[in-house]
Design a protein around this ligand. Structure first.
Ligand code: HEC
Ligand code: HEC
Length: 282
């Protein structure tokens, strides 16, 4: 009798200890579990990105290196996503620029799900007529957000005060390199919208720029072609060109508005692009 009570008591206490220990470990177990789930989500997102997004946003999301399905390098039509201005901190610069009041997660998710009307950014969510389920959207968004890293986010903010007049700009950057300008026309993705400057009609979204050295001078009263092209790149909405390939160009402009920011790191890029588009004789 006594022995049974002792055994019963010990068994009871052991059970309680094991249960209690398991309960104590539960939060840690849950955390490890959700970390693993996030890791899997990012991994799946990476695959979705490579198959659906890299053609426009680049293999590393930097909008620098884009390839078509045959493996040929093409101009990137999309914006950099692996960028400080989009993924770093709670209020990345891009949210301010776009007047977005919600979180960056919501900004990215909304853009991916619904696309951007009037731009090359397609709609991805089934909810808006796209091809992806909610979980696929969540995974690719997790992958994009995962670019936030100490290395990326500790980069200094680079700004450049673009002079209003192209002549003042060119006084600072007089040596435009046409060959490099041609490479930049590809790597900044101009070619994806404006086409090959040597082939009229090769433009998909924006006007063909093969004759912009002459046409540019006629766009706005009193503006030289150089001034006009310079302003078109820095502030696409300042003036909307008349003719796009599928009809009149629409406002707001389908041309990305952040080249001023992107070229701030290297204003010489602007000089090279101007020389490529306008020739060195301007
Ligand atoms: C056909 C080209 C194309 C494809 C494919 C594409 N995008 Fe985009 N994306 C764009 C363009 C162009 C923009 C810029 C739109 C604008 O000017 O507002 C953009 C913008 C974005 C933005 C907002 C960036 C910002 O700074 O405002 C996000 C986020 C984004 N894309 C994610 C994706 C993801 C994720 C995929 C794949 C599921 C994808 N995109 C596929 C062309 C593309
Ligand atoms: C996502 C597509 C897209 C990209 C990328 C793009 N543009 Fe544009 N661009 C347009 C559209 C659409 C217009 C016409 C609407 C307007 O005037 O803003 C335009 C207008 C222009 C004009 C005025 C053309 C005219 O006939 O008056 C110039 C010059 C220009 N872009 C240069 C560039 C350069 C240089 C780049 C690369 C650094 C570039 N664009 C990148 C879509 C794009």
């Amino acid at each position: 009798m006594q022995v049974k009570v002792v055994i019963g008591t010990v068994a009871f206490m052991l059970t309680m200890m094991i249960l209690g220990f398991a309960a104590l470990r539960e939060p840690a177990r849950m955390e490890a579990f959700s970390r693993a789930a996030v890791g899997r989500s990012i991994e799946t997102g990476a695959e979705i990105f490579a198959n659906n997004c890299a053609t426009c946003h680049g293999v590393n999301g930097e909008a620098k290196e884009c390839y078509d399905t045959a493996g040929n390098q093409i101009g990137c039509k999309g914006l950099p996503l692996n960028s400080k201005g989009l993924v770093c901190g709670d209020r990345p610069a891009r949210l301010e620029a776009m007047n977005w009041v919600g979180s960056k997660e919501a900004f990215i998710k909304q853009t991916v799900a619904a696309g951007r009307v009037g731009t090359a950014m397609p709609t991805w969510s089934e909810r808006f007529g796209g091809p992806m389920r909610d979980d696929q959207i969540d995974n690719v968004v997790a992958f994009v957000l995962n670019w936030e890293s100490e290395e990326l986010c500790s980069q200094p903010d680079i700004t450049f005060d673009w002079p209003e007049s192209v002549d003042d700009f060119l006084a600072e950057f007089p040596e435009g390199d046409a060959a490099n300008g041609e490479a930049l026309y590809l790597s900044y993705g101009c070619i994806g919208c404006h086409g090959d400057v040597t082939q009229e009609g090769s433009n998909a979204v924006g006007p063909w720029l093969g004759e912009i050295a002459e046409v540019g001078a006629t766009r706005e009263e009193g503006k030289s072609a150089a001034q006009y092209v310079y302003e078109s790149i820095l502030d696409p909405n300042a003036f909307i060109a008349p003719d796009c390939p599928t009809g009149p160009c629409t406002s707001p402009s389908a041309m990305p508005g952040n080249f001023a920011e992107r070229m701030a790191a290297n204003p010489q890029d602007m000089a090279d692009l101007l020389t490529f588009l306008l020739g060195s004789g301007e």
